[in-house]
Design a protein around this ligand. Sequence first.
Ligand SMILES: Nc1ncnc2c1ncn2[C@@H]1O[C@H](COP(=O)(O)OP(=O)(O)O)[C@@H](O)[C@H]1O
Ligand SMILES: [Mg+2]
Length: 233
Amino acid sequence: MLELDNIAAGYGKLQILHELSIHVRPGELVSVVGANGAGKTTTLRVISGLIGTMGGQVRYDGEVITGLRAHQLVKRGIVQVSEDRDLFGPMTVEENLVLGAWTRRKAAINEELERIFELFPILLERRRQAAQTMSGGQQQMLAIGRALMAKPKVLMLDEPSTGLSPKMTWDVLNAASAIRDSGVSVLLVEQNAAQALAISDRAYVLESGSVVLEGPGRELAGDERVKKAYLGL
Ligand SMILES: Nc1ncnc2c1ncn2[C@@H]1O[C@H](COP(=O)(O)OP(=O)(O)O)[C@@H](O)[C@H]1O
Ligand SMILES: [Mg+2]
């Protein structure tokens, strides 16, 4: 289980996250939803060790992992897809995927590629094509596929729906559900609350760096405050 316990964090002296506690259990899909600037990306940066903490702990399976670097986290099975996807545009789809497998033995790579092509058939079709020639949704799938090449136990996704049509957003979020069903825990960060809550086992609503509501995804989607503030209802 991944646990953020009472986290305080920010940039320089500016504190953004306040007493933030969230957790993700094995096999769960958990969302953190909130407006632009609420602190969603900052939360993932704390887990990924990209920024320091002013207080609190990040734990994984009981071990304190606060401040561990990305490569140390990947070895423990914690992998993030960042907001800007970080693909190598001129390289092919398959080359980008293989880059995600740096922790793996060679023999495991082809097996993993096959599983990812099953999840995202479009990547198989386009495997020899440069990543930069693909649509936004396809690039998001590629970024997720590359993260899966590391065989994560916990996959963190930062706003995968950014720039995507509602239909493409469903395709990407349904893939996130399928990844959860395959036994990988998913921590999804989304401004797009309606679609994120619909697929989440549990969710947290973040406002100004604090959790203001939490509960099962469907319950939160029906909450009057959430409807007013985030679902435009
Ligand atoms: N590198 C940074 N330096 C200073 N402030 C930042 C930095 N990145 C984000 N912030 C501020 O932190 C707050 C939360 O940002 P962020 O975590 O990116 O929100 P979200 O991902 O929910 O849109 C915002 O007020 C933002 O301006
Ligand atoms: Mg963000």
